[in-house]
Design a protein around this ligand. Structure first.
Ligand code: ZN
Length: 280
């Protein structure tokens, strides 16, 4: 049976996935935001289930061809173009472009496996959370974390809500992944943690909710949430780890490993870019 293609376009008028405004004109949100790329390339979008069910050497099932990046028509104009677009996405672009330039230049001084980018972490975290919230048509929800996340996005003076962690690591691969509402299960810890994921060249971001003890060791990445109480505009030198030992497998964490399993929600996609090298 031909796999069902991902649904990215809802009604023209509906409920905004971020602020919950009803009967409002919906606009297309790019995930990751357009600022993350010099040139947005054609991609083929598939459900994670279909991508991961293919054996090595087998052809991937046909996906939905998206010409201008992956877009979800799920946000109102204010959330899309003001809350995220005007206030946060520029900073997100600065981070990803600096990392890309550094990665593509191939400059690596002996003994230095860390590089830093001066950015405002609160804007980066809001950009990641906001664009992942755009996944899924008509997915505005009330819940233990969704309401604090909505308030955090709409009010720039609020700290990152309690219980949320935002990890990041270098992702030097052309495979984009967007996942909302998945769970990582650890057989070793006998526990699960809910997560959202955004991966694209050159960075990956993983948001976890109320993770139990031991998951930080399993995820083993730098975190942005340590800056969760900073002012909205406050900048830090954000370290990016370049050591080979810090670079994860392109399919981590979505492909199962010996000690972990992943359960996916409906909004779990990957998108393969049609070219292998970016033009930095
Ligand atoms: Zn909105």
């Amino acid at each position: 049976m031909r796999p069902k293609l991902p649904v990215t376009r809802g009604k023209n008028v509906g409920t905004c996935n971020i602020c919950g405004a009803q009967n409002i004109k919906l606009t297309e949100d790019h995930c990751p935001p357009k600022t993350a790329f010099v040139k947005v390339r054609a991609m083929e979008l598939r459900s994670i289930h279909h991508s991961l069910s293919v054996l090595p050497g087998e052809k991937l099932p046909k996906g939905r061809l998206v010409q201008n990046g992956v877009k979800y028509k799920t946000l109102c104009d204010n959330c899309n173009n003001n809350i995220l677009g005007a206030k946060c996405d520029g900073e997100f672009g600065v981070l990803t472009h600096r990392v890309s330039e550094h990665l593509y230049s191939g400059i690596q001084l002996p003994g230095y496996s860390t590089f830093s980018v001066r950015i405002a972490p609160q804007k980066i975290m809001r950009s990641v959370l906001g664009h992942l919230k755009a996944l899924g048509v008509e997915r505005y929800e009330m819940g233990r974390f969704t309401e604090p996340v909505r308030d955090y996005l709409l009010n720039t003076s609020l700290p990152l809500p309690e219980g949320i962690k935002v990890y990041y690591w270098l992702h030097p691969y052309r495979r984009n992944v967007t996942i909302r509402d998945a769970a990582l299960a650890s057989l070793e810890l006998k526990s699960t943690c809910n997560f959202w994921l955004l991966k694209f060249y050159p960075l990956a971001f993983m948001v976890t909710f109320n993770q139990g003890n031991g998951f930080s060791r399993i995820i083993n990445a730098m975190d942005l949430d340590r800056y969760g109480s900073l002012d909205f505009d406050q900048e830090v030198d954000l370290p990016i780890l370049f050591d080979e030992r810090d670079i994860k497998h392109p399919y981590w964490p979505e492909a199962p490993e010996d000690s972990t399993m992943v359960f996916y929600g409906e909004e779990s996609y990957d998108a393969i870019q049609k070219v292998t090298k970016p033009t930095f």
